[in-house]
Design a protein around this ligand. Sequence first.
Ligand code: GLN
Length: 547
Amino acid sequence: MARYIFITGGVVSSLGKGLASAALGALLQARGFSVRLRKLDPYLNVDPGTMSPFEHGEVFVTDDGAETDLDLGHYERFTGVHARKTDSISSGRIYSNVLEKERRGDYLGKTIQVIPHVTNEIKDFIRIGDDEVDFMLCEIGGTVGDIEGLPFFEAIRQFAQDRPRGQCIFMHLTLLPYLAASGELKTKPTQHSVKELRAIGIAPDILVCRSEQPIPEREREKIGLFCNVRKDAVIAAYDLKSIYEAPLAYHAEGLDQAVLDAFQISPAPRPDLRKWEDVVDRIRNVDGEVNIAIVGKYTQLEDAYKSIKEALTHGGMANRVKVNVKWVDAEIFDREDAAPHLAGYHAILVPGGFGERGTEGKIKAAEFARTRRIPYLGICLGMQMAVIEAARNVAGLTRAGSEEFDHEAGAKRFEPVVYHLKEWVQGNHVVERKVGDQKGGTMRLGAYDATLAAGSRVAGIYGSSHIEERHRHRYEVDIKYRERLEACGLAFSGMSPDGRLPEIVEWRDHPWFIGVQFHPELKSKPFAPHPLFADFVRAAVETSRLV
Ligand code: GLN
């Protein structure tokens, strides 16, 4: 049976709970333990799939097709453990399960209440797969005291009580604000936050304190005394230059030791941190930099493209260069010429997206990269736009467009080179969709295989003719344009195994121009950069040497 670490937050949001959880997972792995990380989110959406990226940042997709919180991306990047559907839950999902059971009559006439029905549903979820790993790390979204979070806090309190003693610990993240006027770190908000937690029956074993200033010994003692936590379980979390320094920084502060102490695991296995030392070395010691433009729609919120940003960093690490990302709003060149905005970058990336706004600008970005011979990586919508650009400007299909935009306008303005997918094969069954289907969870989601053409650039990059990548889209490039586009030089170099769905396109006589229907960024790790990102950054380095 797994040991459980429950991670909560207080004082303010955005303290980096997800990152602390992921780094702790990595440290426990470094000591030879197996881990799984889970996120419990109090909001009422069934999953974040239907939320705007402006609301919630990126939607992270798992192999088994769940649309989850972006913290699951951190978990995977730090531990390499692929998340599953059962690693992400929201109040919305919990309530919808409970109500479904109520309608089925499963509760045998009982009155359905938060305690025990909702809390039981949460506890059942927490318990899934607990015989598979040494440690299960469960992060509760939001901050202690939020109305929506209460059933989750109550459920983890009960959970720890149900288990044998010593099987669950609680780690709480807080903030120590610094008052410049008095030159002091203030511990009161932390004290209040712990008080709030204790009022609902949870006594933290470990406190992780975010602070911009070193925490003096005296303050640690005070926090320990007032919050009823051992002094060496008061862990400082300072700001870091790179998130990938977090495992080593937390180790230096004694986080993993404090966790093992709390579980009374002794002697503690010695950690092997070489993997993380190499990662940090690759970030700190670089031989140059490249400038890459990301032409997207949600550019005001970097979290909307979290995994892409991280995958580019990993690509930089693979080549020992620093990648400077410039966010360029695609809508600017819906109206204006792209050239002045894109000149000077060593590579251009057009990420995924939904809806028509900004797409003419993305098409111009693809044209700019093709004609100026700048490395281009188009992801999902970025691939679709590259195909539309090729159809319009090279193959002479001047009205080429995507059905996605015609649905919105309710008119047939475009020749649908990209069309609404109604049927496809997943494993050994056929999935069917209609245009009017409900929006949540109905896209082509999760891991699918693709076959790569022998001799293509992508087959060389992957070093394989068979790949598996994660998808999240409703529209697809229409195979019926393949011949015409290939005759112009746009190779369909990756296809679904049944040969019906184009997965990758590449311009044959371009230094580096690749569009992929899937999301390679979701599988990149700092210690195992994704081959497409590693090679894309390599191509950018080459461009930088030419200018
Ligand atoms: N909107 C496009 C589709 O649904 C692309 C989706 C994406 O980029 N993730 O096919």
